[in-house]
Design a protein around this ligand. Structure first.
Ligand code: TYM
Length: 332
């Protein structure tokens, strides 16, 4: 069976982009693949984190996976730092990753910004750790939002570099899986910026734990333009905010963008926003409620993570041992 690996950083403010770009697709794929879903807490440490908040956010992402419909009995759910083989494989892969490949990573450039000299080594090496996550399980498919495509392609290149260096077909070359009508959900305040956990304005995103009133208020306040909705997708090209809201509506209602637009062609934004708000509350309200219920029992969440880590280790450790043998590290 083909194997999926994917993950989310526990950095707070899980939002609609994480849901539509990633989690929702995982739910749809979970019975057709052997699935491993990780909470990548080592990746979170590439930015400063408060220790208590990091622990809390790790449980919250776990709760979001389960509340959205990932079944912990069939899928493996665990947090990255419990399997030290991730960090060990990252070192080994880092030794065969050229700096030129890392210098092309757009996310590093965005995150480091003008502070490049002060950016940590962890932030720079982040995509190598991500490659280790995927390759440690010999995953074949990696469902992510569009912003992670470049990183998955790098993991593919690193797998190829390892196979060539040691002249064998050891790692499968992982494929990014990017699908749905909202592969890149944009900020509600600026349709040219990605919706993100770190945006300083909470009005830029819908959080998975927002209550119904907050969701409705954020959608009412979302930036739009004065024109009514058009009847052709091509007419949305120069209207990023309208385009984004239509894509969100389509994704949440499981219809194509064309069909969503046909439903609202000629409508003004107040009508459309009311429908979008009802739909968002329907989908996210249920998940948010379930997350809160799960979060009230941290013991249960920790048990899910412990069991997941045991199952993950059973796959990861033999692969790490094989890599150690192939590369000539003595295991006396
Ligand atoms: P992270 O935590 O930034 O995001 C988690 C997932 O959510 C998707 N996503 C979005 N999709 C659509 N629109 C948006 N605005 C949006 N924002 C985020 C991301 O594409 C991602 O799928 N490096 C990864 C985590 C990671 C990982 C891995 C993923 C670490 N190791 C191995 C896959 C496989 C990240 O930072 O995701």
């Amino acid at each position: 069976m083909n194997r999926i690996f994917s993950g989310i950083q526990p950095t707070g403010n899980l939002h609609l982009g994480n849901y539509l770009g990633a989690i929702r697709n995982w739910v749809a794929l979970q019975h057709d693949y052997d699935c491993i879903f990780c909470i990548v807490d080592l990746h979170a440490l590439t930015q400063p984190q408060n220790p208590d908040e990091l622990r809390q956010a790790t449980r919250e992402v776990t709760a979001a996976y389960i509340a959205a419909g990932i079944d912990p009995e069939c899928c493996i759910i665990f947090n990255q730092s419990t399997i030290s083989a991730h960090a060990e494989l990252a070192w080994l892969l880092g030794c065969l990753t050229p700096l030129g490949w890392l210098n092309r990573m757009t996310q590093f450039k965005e995150k480091a910004g003008k502070q490049r000299e002060n950016a940590g080594l962890g932030l720079y090496a982040y995509p190598v750790l991500m490659a280790a996550d995927i390759l440690l399980y010999k995953a074949t498919h990696v469902p992510v939002g569009e912003d992670q495509k470049q990183h998955v392609e790098l993991a593919r290149d690193i797998a190829g570099a390892f196979n060539r260096r040691y002249e064998r077909d050891f790692f499968p070359l992982p494929e990014p899986q990017i699908f749905g009508e909202a592969t890149r959900v944009m900020s509600l305040r600026d349709g040219t910026k990605k919706m993100s956990k770190s945006d300083t304005s909470d009005y830029s995103r819908i959080n998975m734990t927002d209550d119904a009133d907050t969701i409705a208020l954020k959608i009412r306040r979302a930036k739009t333009d004065p024109e009514p909705l058009p009847d052709m997708l091509s007419a949305l090209e120069q209207r990023p905010e309208a385009d984004n809201l239509v894509s969100i509506y389509a994704a949440l209602s499981d219809m194509s963008r064309e069909a969503a637009l046909a439903r609202f062609a000629g409508a003004n934004f107040s009508t459309f926003k009311e429908a979008l708000s009802g739909l968002s509350v329907d989908v996210l309200g249920r998940i948010g409620g379930e997350m809160r219920r799960l979060m009230a029992d941290p013991g249960h969440i920790d048990r899910v993570l412990r069991q997941g880590a045991e199952r993950a280790a059973a796959i990861a450790i033999p692969v790490l041992h094989e890599v150690q043998d192939i590369t000539g590290l003595l295991r006396p």
